[in-house]
Every structure is written in C-alpha cells, then in structure tokens.
Design a protein around this ligand. Structure first.
Ligand SMILES: *[C@@H]1O[C@H](CO)[C@@H](O)[C@H](O)[C@H]1NC(C)=O
Ligand SMILES: *[C@@H]1O[C@H](CO)[C@@H](O)[C@H](O)[C@H]1NC(C)=O
Ligand SMILES: *[C@@H]1O[C@H](CO)[C@@H](O)[C@H](O)[C@H]1NC(C)=O
Ligand SMILES: [Zn+2]
Length: 438
C-alpha cells in the first residue's frame, strides 16, 4: 500500500463517525436545511370574485406562499408553489382561466447562487463591502471596526438580547458640535425586521458608510445635521436562521407550540391583530400571542421611546424588500395621517430623486393605499403612538414582478443602497424645509 492510498484508507475509516455525529446532533445545532428544488414562482392576475375565493382558500395551505394577501379582483399576485404542488397548481390556473406567467422554475438555483455571494465569517473586516452579503457576526465586527476608526463620531449601541440571546446592535453617529449650537434632532433607521430581506441590512451598513465617508458636501452637511441611530438587523435570530436553516424565513425564532416565530412587523401595539395578519403560529404573518409580546418588539419600543426623550427623535425610517415602494403610515386603516399631504409631497420628491440617480421607478404613497392593509407594523406605532411625523418605509429592489423575490443578486446591493440613501437625503432635507425639525 502506498502512502497515498493509505491516507485514503484512513479517511474512509473516519467517515462513519462523522455520519453518526451528524445524526446525533439535534436540538440547538440545526443541521437540516430547507430546499426549494423545482419550486416555482407564479405571477398571476385575479380576474374575478371566483379567483379571489379560490386563492383565499389556498392561502391557508403551507405548500403555497403568497407575497401579500389575496383581496380583490384585478389584483396582481406573486405565489411561490412548492415542488410537489406545481402540477396541481398549474391545472387549477388553467381550469379557472387565471391569467398568469411563470417567473421562475427552480427557486433553489437562485438560493444556491445567493449563498455563493456571502463572504465567509473569517473575512477580515477591512474587506467588508457592498458587492457581497455578510452574516450577522461579520456585520457586527464591522460596526465595531467603524467605531474604532472614528471614536469621536461613532458609538456601538446594544438594545439588549433577542429571544435566542443574540445582541441587537447598531450605531449612533453624532458629529462633534459646538456647545453654543441648537440641539440636534435625530433619525432612527430600523432594518432587517424580516429575516430573508437581506438587502435591508446591506443597505443600512451602506448608509453608515456614506454618513462617515462621503465626499459629497451635501451628504456631509446631512450627516452633521442630525444624530443617526442605525440598527442593521433588529431580528438577529431570524437573520442567522436564513443562513443555517431556511433562506426564505421571515419571522423571529421564538417557539410557539409546533411552530416558531412571530412576524415582528405585525406585533406592535397599534390596532394589533386587526388586518393582514394571522393568529396561527405556523403562519408567515403570525401576529404573536398579544400586542408587543415579543422581546425584539419590546427592545425596539423601549429604545425608540427613550430616543424621543433623550435625542430629540423626529424621523423613523424602516428598510424592507421587495417591490420598489416608498411608503408612510397608516397601514392598518384607510384613515389618513394628519400630515398626509406633506408626506405625499415628500415621498414624490424622494422617488424622483431615486429615478434621477439610477433610473429605477419606485412608487410612493400611504402603506394602506400602496401595498396592502396590515396591522401591528412598527411605522403605525411610530407615527400614531410616538407622534414621529416623518415616518417612512422602503420596499427596496426588485420590481413587483421580480423573478427572484428576496434573493437580490449582490451586484445590485450598491445601486439599491445608493438610490435609497438618496431618497433618505431628500426626505430629511424636505422635512427640514417644512419645519419638522424646528
Ligand atoms: C379566458 O380568459 C381570456 C382572457 O381574459 C378570455 O379572453 C377568455 O374568453 C376566457 N375564457 C374562458 C373560458 O373564460
Ligand atoms: C388574532 O386574530 C385572529 C383572526 O381574527 C383570531 O383568530 C385570533 O384569536 C386573534 N388573536 C388573539 C390573541 O386575539
Ligand atoms: C407631530 O405633529 C403633531 C401635530 O402637529 C405635534 O403635536 C407633535 O408634537 C409632532 N411630533 C413631534 C415629535 O414633533
Ligand atoms: Zn419586510
């Protein structure tokens, strides 16, 4: 036996014990990974009431994932159909003459490509960029790195731990100010409440980088005009699970009977559990056992309530994907906020800014009128309860009929973040002009 074949022989001997390790691991160490082989994405238009009834029944099945809820004839909807149901579903569409087309035939291929765009956690923090996606540990290392580089401007903050004991970290960016100048107002940026929307944390870190390093004098003035509190990932357990369990996970990871997780953006205490939400812990849109029940919700609420008192907080911005929308409250009622006209005008200017920067078309308007009714969202709470009059939420790239849903290719991170940052600049400048920061 040669030395080479001897080591192969030894390797073979080692393998069975590795298998038994894999089999024995349960509980905390998740080893199984969700797969979406031959899972299709359909884009369809509901032609009549019969279609609405049909799909409202399917919505309850966990073989179909509807992006948004089935509501009215004329509505266009994206549906993910799990592999073993594609024949049934295709038959149904043809039997009832539902106008549709297929956006994607094998969703797992997108997920595989997307995981290859993540740099390993061993990557030196100096190689952090906006051409790749990063795991939570790398994002947190980068926040610490940024604070070490500019200690007089940046402080790393921790809201406290998630359900699984992971800190919810962010930064405070505050440029030194002359003692005589008027106290600054502040902007809070909430990102990553939905785990699978990876572009949101990536965009939040881009914002941090721009506020610290932009050479554009208008951005430098913007950065100095406010204190910035930016939290890239307020659902850290969910975000981690999108790497080691299920790329399409949306909720938190708190155990609730046979299922896990609350849709944290349905858990805030304003008209909680009234529309566009579910009381079923297994649903993607589960609102939780009671208003504000989840530890992550409570962390954000306490933190932001305090900012109103201590940091003169006036602006609340949330980052989501996808659909290319820029929206303001309310989402749970057709009732209009008191400054609806101002927010409409500011939203229009911000989406015009996006178009001028990258050519992308975003739609603006109230959440209720623009996407779909939902209750328990953080923005209704921010505007309705905390009276933060400048409250906006982004649905970042891609378009409403995206073929890849939340799996935005990494080459689009930089332009997506750049256009969103331009919109934030417009929002803050326009709000200032209208006296919201006096
Ligand atoms: C099916 O839909 C098309 C387009 O909406 C329509 O032209 C056609 O008449 C419909 N057929 C049936 C059987 O309903
Ligand atoms: C939330 O609303 C759903 C649907 O109306 C209902 O079934 C459920 O009991 C509600 N949850 C709570 C805790 O009230
Ligand atoms: C928001 O606007 C209302 C009505 O003008 C005002 O009472 C409230 O103080 C404003 N909120 C903040 C935080 O400035
Ligand atoms: Zn979202």
């Amino acid at each position: 036996m040669s030395a080479g074949s001897k080591s192969i022989f030894l390797l073979l001997l080692l393998l069975p014990s590795e298998w038994s390790n894999a089999v024995a691991t349960g509980g905390e160490g998740v080893t199984a990974q969700a797969h979406y082989d031959h899972t299709r994405i359909y884009y369809m238009e509901l032609g009549n009431e019969q279609h609405v009834e049909l799909f409202q029944r399917l919505e309850k099945s966990d073989s179909y994932f509807f992006m948004g809820s089935v509501r009215v004839p004329g509505q266009k909807l994206t549906v993910m159909v799990i592999g073993h149901k594609v024949a049934d579903f295709d038959d149904l569409l043809h039997r009832y003459n539902v106008t549709h087309h297929i956006l994607n035939y094998n969703f797992q291929a997108e997920i595989d490509a997307n995981y290859r765009e993540v740099l390993p956690t061993s990557t030196p923090v100096t190689q952090f960029d906006w051409q790749h996606y990063f795991q939570l540990d790398t994002i947190y290392d980068w926040l610490e790195h940024v604070a070490r580089q500019s200690p007089e401007i940046v402080t790393v903050l921790d809201m406290g731990s998630s359900t699984e004991g992971v800190p919810i970290k962010g930064v405070r960016i505050s440029y030194p100010q002359e003692a005589s100048s008027a106290p600054r107002t502040s902007v809070f940026i909430e990102s990553g409440i939905h785990a699978r929307e990876w572009i949101a944390p990536a965009t939040a870190t881009y914002f941090i980088n721009e506020l610290l390093h932009s050479s554009d004098p208008t951005v430098q003035a913007l950065a100095r005009s406010q204190n910035w509190l930016i939290f890239p990932c307020i659902n850290p357990d969910g975000y981690k699970y999108t790497f080691n369990g299920d790329r399409m996970w949306r909720k938190s990871r708190a155990p609730h009977g046979v299922c896990r997780g609350v849709d944290l953006n349905r858990n805030y205490p304003m008209r909680w559990n009234t529309t566009g939400t579910s009381g079923d812990p297994c649903s993607t849109f589960y609102s939780g056992p009671s208003a504000g029940s989840e530890v992550e919700t409570q962390r954000v609420m306490r933190f932001v309530e305090k900012l109103v008192r201590t940091e003169n907080l006036r602006t609340y911005i949330a980052l989501h994907s996808y659909s290319q929308l820029l929206m303001f409250p309310y989402s749970s009622t057709p009732e209009r906020v008191h400054n609806y006209d101002d927010l409409t005008a500011i939203g229009k200017k911000a989406v015009a800014k996006i178009k001028s920067l990258t050519g992308r078309i975003y739609k603006s308007g109230s959440i209720y009128e623009t996407i779909y009714p939902s209750s328990g969202g953080s923005k209704d709470w921010a505007h309705g309860e905390l009276k933060l009059n400048i409250t906006f939420t982004f649905e970042l790239r891609g378009p409403p009929d995206s073929e890849v849903l939340f799996i935005l290719p990494a080459r689009e991170i930089e332009p997506t973040a750049r256009e969103a940052f331009g919109a934030v600049q417009t929002i803050v400048e326009e709000a200032a002009k209208r006296g919201y920061y006096n």
